[in-house]
Design a protein around this ligand. Structure first.
Ligand SMILES: [C]C(=O)[N][C]1[C]([O])[C]([O])[C]([C][O])O[C]1O1[C]([C]OP(=O)([O-])OP([O])(=O)O[C][C]2O[C](N3[C]=NC4=C3N=[C]N=C4[N])[C]([O])[C]2[O])[C]([O])[C]([O])[C]1[N+]1=[C][C]=[C]C(C([N])=O)=[C]1
Ligand SMILES: *[C@@H]1O[C@H](CO)[C@@H](O)[C@H](O)[C@H]1NC(C)=O
Ligand SMILES: *[C@@H]1O[C@H](CO)[C@@H](O)[C@H](O)[C@H]1NC(C)=O
Ligand SMILES: *[C@@H]1O[C@H](CO)[C@@H](O)[C@H](O)[C@H]1NC(C)=O
Ligand SMILES: *[C@@H]1O[C@H](CO)[C@@H](O)[C@H](O)[C@H]1NC(C)=O
Ligand SMILES: *[C@@H]1O[C@H](CO)[C@@H](O)[C@H](O)[C@H]1NC(C)=O
Length: 717
């Protein structure tokens, strides 16, 4: 780690920096970069400067740990004044010209550094972009000023607001890089370019002063205005896209230096904003899900998985198979008969074709994926697999028999995974000997799309098998969270109180569509009733039974779903559910729904004094999510979940809780455990045990302890 300066006989100072794995620009690296630039400018044997990142990558951007540090301490000075001190006063003001030589990636602060240089030369297929907004912040090293000056406002705004990166080749067309040359030629070309600038053979361009690419003022104002109104519509709950546009606008109206000062101010504000904190938390939380105390700290190495078998080619099985072949792992799919097998294989092929159609796959990858899938009716083809995932219907005797067969036919090292959502793993593994190889792999539907993989360990599962599955998750590009067996595991168990509470509110007199609206305004992709229509009711009814049995004190049994089914409403499936659906699958509220809702309310008879509950939108949100917080606390208390941040990830990736709120427990801490506990107690006075806060939440609330800090490294692990 560090910055080196080597002066060649050609008079070019090569400044190279290194901070594996992505050459993140930590403050010490930036400070060192500044010193090396000054040194190069001071030395009489240096004519020009080339900047490069070591190990084939320019830079992945500003060091995110520094953001976290500033947020945690509240000390904004930790962020330094990189834009003014280094990008403007050191690099752009240097008496010697500099050229950035870009390979691999130049993202965020990395691209901003490159844009402060006087030219950029890139190797083929590097990735360039300013994805800062994904982290709840804005570009802070001059990106809001220099990108519009290189590629024009429209394109720059698109790249920043949508966090869209471009390849070297596109970047050259846009004017973001000056030339694309082969990797082998990269350094020589960059050196020559730098010397050409020094000698006046090429223009010495100060990006911050460039004006030719920015649209004329009238157009520029319109472009920014349009982006503003789109942003307010698309992202009404977060401040940073507007902060980004503010900085861009200032630069257009008052010049690059004034714009840079505005950017600095906006950047600092975004870093310290609740959204910045939530998304930085989410970033680190996602990376830490694969750290499991007592499992991943034992020095175990994941074993290689060369081939996978899947039993059952239904929706789940074929989705799971798709996820593997898309990531270059051969799959053999087993079904009961030729007919089902063909259907399963067709589904997989359909998934892969769809991905290709939407532009997500090159031609080679497409045919490669198709070639990796094989079907069978016979377990004999399981003799060389390293992992089996069982994805058949939820039947205990069937699953038990399958596991007996698997033990017989698979190699002795093979991991035996089940995708059961509800059956106790102890039962699944009851009839086999090597119970240490059994583990739950709970995918979310559709399995080749959803990013979450819930890994369910049971008492006997070996640490090695957990380590293996964490690695497999990484290979198939899923975020794994590790949980223990209980009804619903972590993900679904946290979700049921939300649905039940929504149904209770309806029976208490709150309008179905109003609930959905309040919940989408909060940031969920859709409300609970729109979601129910999407998923279909049969599944939720059968799952509901399991929860009622396991957690009778905190389930609410509404008649609403049964009444819908009686009225021949099956959801999106037959275009009639809580909503009606048109040919474009648009959901349209149905005035006729009132009849059913009225009947459900009549049967439930829980309205206080027969009058509908008066409730604000804020309280609708609280009524749905506070019981989720409560259940999450139970999961921590019972050590079903490893840590609080895992539950944040689960709820965001599994159910669409807004990442910009940091996840369910991060959000809960911003609301306050004491407030949540107080509300739950208040509601439980009228609605009984459903809302009763658990002892764990009560204790945390009483002691003023954050929920987010909980890590179970304890007794059961
Ligand atoms: C946890 C999990 O994941 N789970 C899952 C479930 O859910 C499902 O259901 C399954 C199946 O796939 O998977 C798993 O899962 C399972 C299954 O599902 P689905 O896919 O949907 O169903 P279906 O379609 O019906 O399919 C099935 C299949 O299989 C087959 N088989 C039977 N048996 C046998 C077979 N093969 C072979 N061999 C044998 N022996 C048949 O034929 C058919 O085709 C179950 O378990 C459930 O529970 C699960 N889940 C879960 C979660 C989620 C889900 C969804 N779907 O969403 C599911
Ligand atoms: C460069 O020269 C200036 C002026 O002489 C001096 O103040 C500065 O310390 C030098 N910097 C380096 C890194 O050599
Ligand atoms: C804030 O951070 C700056 C830069 O790291 C440091 O110099 C300063 O002492 C810090 N201030 C406080 C109050 O800790
Ligand atoms: C698929 O099965 C055929 C016939 O058994 C075999 O030749 C081929 O190698 C298999 N392909 C893969 C990817 O396993
Ligand atoms: C989970 O596993 C434990 C220990 O094997 C077992 O006692 C318990 O019954 C299981 N619980 C559920 C809900 O499956
Ligand atoms: C449902 O009940 C409300 C309030 O009692 C009543 O105003 C409405 O007409 C009823 N709607 C239907 C379709 O029965």
């Amino acid at each position: 780690m560090g910055v080196k300066l080597v002066v060649g006989s050609d008079g070019v100072a090569l400044i190279s920096f290194s901070n594996p794995p992505v050459n993140a620009l930590a403050i010490p690296i930036l400070n060192d970069l500044k010193l090396k630039f000054e040194e190069a400018c001071n030395r009489t044997d240096v004519k020009a400067i080339v900047v490069i990142g070591e190990s084939g990558k320019f830079s992945g951007g500003f060091d995110i740990a520094t953001l976290l540090q500033a947020q945690k301490t509240g000390n904004v000075s930790i962020l330094g004044r990189v834009s003014i001190d280094i990008m403007i006063n050191t690099i752009e003001a240097a008496k010697k010209p500099s050229v950035a030589a870009i390979e691999g990636l130049a993202l965020g602060g990395g691209l901003e550094l490159a844009m402060a240089c006087n030219a950029r030369i890139a190797a083929p297929r590097a990735q360039l972009g300013l994805p800062e907004l994904q982290l709840g912040i804005i570009p802070g090293f001059g990106g809001t000023q220099r990108l519009p000056r290189l590629v024009g406002l429209s394109k720059a705004i698109e790249m920043m607001l949508l966090s869209k990166s471009v390849s070297s080749e596109e970047a050259e067309k846009l004017g973001l890089v000056d030339a694309v040359v082969s990797r082998e030629e990269l350094l020589a070309s960059a050196r020559k370019w730098a010397l050409d600038i020094a000698a006046g053979r090429k223009p010495w361009i100060i990006t911050l002063n460039k004006l030719d690419k920015i649209e004329p003022l009238g157009d520029a104002r319109k472009i920014i205005q349009k982006a503003r109104s789109q942003t307010l519509q698309r992202a009404p709950n977060v401040p940073h896209p507007v902060l980004c546009l503010d900085a861009i606008e200032e630069g257009v109206l008052a010049g690059g230096y004034a714009g840079s000062l505005k950017e600095e101010q906006s950047f600092n504000a975004a870093v310290m904003s609740p959204t910045g904190k939530a998304l930085v938390h989410f970033f680190f939380a996602q990376r830490s899900t694969s750290k499991v105390p007592g499992v991943t700290d034992l020095g175990l190495k994941p074993r290689q998985v060369k081939k996978v078998a899947i039993v059952g080619g239904g929706l789940m099985g074929s989705g799971i198979a798709t996820a593997f072949v898309l990531n270059n792992i051969p799959v053999v799919l087993k079904e009961l008969n030729e007919n089902f097998l063909q259907q399963g294989l067709n589904r997989i092929k359909g998934n892969i074709d769809n991905r290709a159609k939407r532009g997500g796959l090159s031609k080679e990858k497409h045919s490669k994926a198709l070639s990796l899938i094989n079907g069978t009716l016979d377990y004999k083809d399981f003799k060389d697999v390293d992992l089996v995932i069982e994805a058949v219907i939820e039947s205990i005797p069937l699953k038990q028999q399958i596991f007996v067969d698997l033990e017989k036919y698979c190699p002795s090292h093979c991991i035996l995974a089940t995708n059961t959502s509800t059956i106790d793993l102890n039962l699944v593994a009851e009839k086999i000997h090597s119970k240490d190889r059994v583990i739950g792999a709970h995918f979310f539907s559709p399995a080749h799309v959803m990013a979450l993989l819930e890994i369910v360990r049971f008492e006997k599962t070996s640490a090695q098998v957990i380590v293996d599955l964490l690695n497999i998750a990484k290979i198939i590009k899923k975020v794994p969270i590790v949980a223990r067996n209980c009804t619903g595991f972590a993900a679904n168990r946290m979700f049921f109180p939300y649905t039940h509470s929504a149904h209770m509110l309806v029976d208490l007199g709150v309008d179905v569509y109003r609930i959905d609206k309040a919940i989408t305004a909060f940031g969920m992709p859709m409300g609970p009733f729109r979601l129910a229509d999407l998923v279909g009711y049969e599944v939720s009814l059968s799952v509901a039974e399991q929860f009622v049995k396991a957690y009778p004190d905190r389930t609410y049994r509404s008649k609403l779903t049964q009444l819908l089914i009686q009225d021949n409403r099956l959801g999106e499936k037959n275009k009639r559910g809580f909503y009606l659906y048109d040919a474009k699958r648009r959901a349209i509220p149905d005035p006729e729904l009132n009849k059913i809702v009225n009947e459900s309310r009549r049967l439930a008879n829980i309205m206080p004094h027969g009058k509908p509950l008066e409730i604000s939108d804020k309280e609708i949100v609280e009524r749905l999510f506070f019981p989720v917080v409560n259940e999450a606390c139970r999961l921590l208390d019972e050590e079903i979940a490893v840590k609080a941040s895992d539950l944040d990830i689960t709820h965001v990736l599994g159910f669409g809780f807004p990442a910009y709120r940091g996840g369910i427990l991060f959000w809960a801490d911003t609301v306050g455990a004491a407030y949540i506990c107080g509300k739950l107690m208040e509601w439980s006075k009228t609605q009984g045990s459903f809302y009763k806060p658990c002892a764990f939440l009560e204790e945390r609330a009483r002691k003023g302890l954050p929920l987010e800090s909980v890590i179970n490294a304890g007794s059961r692990l």
